[in-house]
Ligand binder design. Structure first.
Ligand code: ADP
Ligand code: MG
Length: 238
């Protein structure tokens, strides 16, 4: 596990400034949700933590180590994508261990990590199936399994539930939280859905137009929003 520190983070795409100096301190084991309207810079910030986007200014550190110039493979993170990012022609097991094979992990390590992740996610009976033979919830669990087998220090989620129906979304929120309670891995979870943020977060970061508007627990944001934007955003129905 590890803490993540984002300090004065800036991002420009050419002449377009999309992050204007973002400061966020995330403690070891914390579940932090970045929330804000579409286009405010959430994915850009998450991708900078992952190393998938360069950093225009400021610093990002993971576990006390500045990672600004580290390639993604050298950062101890795993990103969870939406379930449709599964490989359709690979089985559940093959999907889950793909990254470990790329890392050339020994066969016994791969087998043990697969078994442990499959048990954690209730996927043991489905390891030989293909993604199309699974329900939406099972597919989303496989998408999480691909991250878990790597035992990273930090999980990054970018709107993982946005293509699921409302009922399944509620169930998966619960499963992701239970998983976090079990593994206690530091997590940054991006959503544009304030209900998702309020129900899942230890700490919420409300963003607007490339800036942080407020950081606090769900209760703090609800009781003491620091401005009209936060009050309106948190208070509006999803
Ligand atoms: P969010 O995830 O909050 O919806 P993004 O981080 O995807 O927001 O985008 C923030 C801003 O950066 C938007 O204005 C978007 O159009 C712009 N943007 C994102 N990626 C790129 C890119 N690769 N090139 C140019 N502009 C981009
Ligand atoms: Mg996004």
């Amino acid at each position: 596990m590890a803490e993540v520190n984002i300090s004065g983070a800036q991002k420009a795409y050419g002449a377009l400034n999309v992050l204007h100096g973002v400061d966020i301190e995330i403690r070891d084991g914390e579940f932090v949700v970045l929330v804000g309207p579409s286009g405010c810079g959430k994915s850009t910030l998450l991708r900078m933590v992952a190393g998938l986007e360069s950093i225009t200014g400021g610093t990002i550190s993971i576990g006390g180590k500045v990672v600004n110039n580290l390639p993604p493979k050298d950062r101890d993170i795993a990103m969870v994508f939406q379930s449709y990012a599964l490989y359709p022609h690979k089985t559940v097991a093959e999907n889950m261990v793909f990254a470990l094979r790329l890392q050339k992990q020994p066969a016994d390590v791969i087998k043990q990590r697969l078994q442990s992740a499959a048990e954690t996610l209730d996927l043991v009976p489905y390891l030989d199936r293909y993604p199309r033979q699974l329900s939406g919830g099972q597919r989303q669990r496989v998408a999480m399994g691909r991250a878990i087998v790597r035992s990273p220090q930090v999980f990054l989620f970018d709107e993982p539930l946005s293509n699921l129906d409302a009922k399944l979304r509620v169930q998966m929120r619960k499963e992701i939280k239970e998983l976090h309670q079990r593994l206690k891995t530091t997590t940054i979870y991006v959503t544009h859905d304030q209900v998702e943020a309020m129900t899942m977060a230890d700490k919420i970061v409300v963003m607007q137009s490339g800036k942080v508007e407020q950081i606090g627990t769900p209760l703090e944001l609800y009781d003491r929003p620091s401005n009209t934007f936060v009050a309106t955003f948190i208070g509006s129905p999803s």
